[in-house]
Structure formats: C-alpha cells, structure tokens
Design a protein around this ligand. Structure first.
Ligand code: GDP
Length: 308
C-alpha cells in the first residue's frame, strides 16, 4: 500500500500547477498578522484556485472566528487553516467492492478522462488481486470501444464488446453473464459521454443501471463520475446532471496535474456531498490515487504542513 508520505509526494508532483497558482500568495498572506487584508487576500487565493466563492468565504469566516478567539500566532493560524481545509474535503472513502462480484459504472462527458481512468482502475484492482472484466458500453463511437480495448490490454483485463451502435444495455447484460461464468470479482462499465441528446444519454445510463440491479440485486454498485479538473466549477454542473440519472457514489477528478484549479475539490466535497474517491495525476497506468484529504492538504499547502 502507498504510505501517506509517498502519497503526499505523488500529490505534490501532480498538483504543481494548482500549488504554483496559490502557494506563493499564501506564503505572503500568512506572513501578515490576521487583519482585514490578511482575510481578503486569503479569500482571493482560494477563489483563484477555483475553490468557489462560497467555500472561500466560508473558510475565511471560520478562520476569522478562530482568530477572534485568540488564534493569532502565524503557526497556529496555519494549523487552523489546514484543519478547516481538511474538514471541507470530507472523509476519505474507499471503493466498496465487497462482497464480490461488484460493478463499477464509470460516467462522464467525453474528454473528461473516462477511458484513461478505467484503464488505471483496472490496473490497480488487478494488482489488488481482483479479477476484473470491462464492458465496453460506449457503443456510440467505434473509437471508444477501441480505446477501451487498448487500455484493457495494457492492464491484461478481458473486454466484453459489441459492434458500434449496439444497445449498450445488451453489452452490459452479456458482461454480467460473463462475470458469473468467469467468476470475476469486478465489472467496470464504460458508458457513453455523449449521445444525440442529453435526454437520450441520461435515459441510457438509467437503463444500464436497471440491468445491473435486476441481475445482481445485492451486489455493491459504484457509480463514479469522472470530472476533468480543468473544468473547475463547471464540473459541479456536470455532477448535478449525472446525479439526476444515476445516484453517484463517488467522483474521480482526472488531470489534476494539468490544472491550476485543484481547489475545485473543496467545492465538490462541500456542495455535492459526494466523496472524491480517486484523483488522476497523469497519463500513465499508475497515475490514479485514492483520495486522501490529509495528503491533499499537505500537497496543496506544503508550507502549511501538519505541525511537527
Ligand atoms: P474520455 O473521452 O473521457 O474517455 O477521455 P480519455 O480517457 O480519452 O482522456 C482524454 C485525454 O485526457 C487523453 O489525452 C488522456 O491522455 C488525457 N488524460 C486523462 N487523464 C489524465 C490525467 O490524469 N492527467 C493528464 N495529464 N492527462 C489525462
């Protein structure tokens, strides 16, 4: 298992852009006494990292309250700030895959990083000695089926696939049969990120979920939404839309490494009440990490690390 220190290191590399966007500001801010300008600048730094206006205001209000209660020394302010941030991120929640067989539906708009995430997840679960199967249920684009196949080959995982244009629910149906026949532990389902209309897409996702529920009524089912970290606050809109079709059990924030908007994680934890389960920090097969709020806070605010 990855140690907390190792995780923090990986996050830190992946979060370079976000960190650069705000760390310098924060250093300056925390060099000041907690006066009005201190709080204004702190709020600005959080908004610049896409934490959202509401979250930024709330974090600052909480810190202000602590300052009024006597938290004045810079190191105490830093520690308080970090605590408030970790609190906003919510508790770490692992994937629920036991007892097997389990199903992981992977949702997200095209380009969000869905296929890459599926490949990384398949690799990760295989390393945990789980037998994984993938259903290529984005039948809307032939290229999607091929891409999933490439990632599955990389992870050494079989794929159940039909032709382009086939009924996605039928692919899932076959994959569920194969799951039983092969005594596999986890079925990961790739789903379409776009159809002719949004209504069609949401209807199709619901249908896929119904097929799973009918076949495996007692099985753990995860519905993960993949969000591109670069979409920042717009990601919240996407989450709300998908949530209407399928109850989401977790979020994967992909491309944290290429974004300066890592603060969006703060907004997701708070306004969606859906936990971030993984973050993607690169295009490699190992670049998917279980989300750990403490490690994230350390990576984002290294100068504000936990008190020794
Ligand atoms: P999909 O259309 O949602 O299936 O998206 P893809 O998985 O094909 O990813 C879209 C693009 O984002 C590809 O060029 C991926 O290599 C890239 N990508 C996906 N995840 C990450 C990540 O965590 N970091 C970086 N830097 N790129 C990523």
């Amino acid at each position: 298992m990855e140690t907390r220190r190792g995780l923090a290191e990986r996050f830190r590399e992946g979060l370079n852009k976000t960190r650069r966007a705000i760390a310098a500001h924060l250093e300056d801010v925390f060099a000041r006494p907690p006066d009005d300008e201190f709080f204004d600048r702190l709020e600005e730094a959080l908004i610049a990292a896409d934490a959202g206006v509401e979250v930024a205001a709330d974090v600052v209000a909480q810190l202000r309250r602590r300052a009024m209660m006597g938290v004045w020394r810079p190191e105490d302010l830093r520690r308080s700030f970090r605590e408030i941030i970790v609190d906003h991120l919510g508790a770490a929640e692992p994937l629920r895959l036991d007892p097997p067989p389990a199903v992981v539906l992977v949702l997200g708009v095209n380009g969000s990083g869905k296929t890459t995430t599926i490949g990384k997840l398949a690799h990760r679960l295989t390393h945990e000695r789980r037998r994984v199967l993938i259903a290529a249920a984005d039948t809307f684009r032939a290229a999607a089926i091929e891409q999933v196949q490439v990632w599955a080959d990389r992870a050494g995982v079989p794929v159940v696939r039909h032709r382009e244009g086939a009924d996605p629910a039928a692919v899932v149906y076959d994959a569920l049969q194969a799951l039983g026949a092969r005594r596999a532990d986890v079925l990961i389902v790739d789903t379409a990120g776009r159809l002719h209309t949004k209504v069609n897409l949401m209807e199709e996702l619901r249908k896929i979920r119904r097929v799973v529920e009918r076949h495996l009524p007692a099985a753990p089912v995860e519905s993960l939404l993949v969000l591109d970290a670069n979409t920042g606050q717009n990601g919240l809109q996407q989450a709300r839309q998908f949530q209407q079709a399928v109850p989401l059990t977790g979020i994967v924030v992909a491309k944290l490494d290429s974004s300066a908007k890592g603060g969006v994680l703060l907004a997701i934890g708070r306004s969606m009440r859906i936990s971030v389960k993984f973050v993607g920090t690169g295009e490699g097969v190992d670049d998917l990490h279980p989300f750990d709020p403490e490690a994230f806070a350390d990576a984002l605010f290294p100068a504000l690390g936990p008190a020794a």
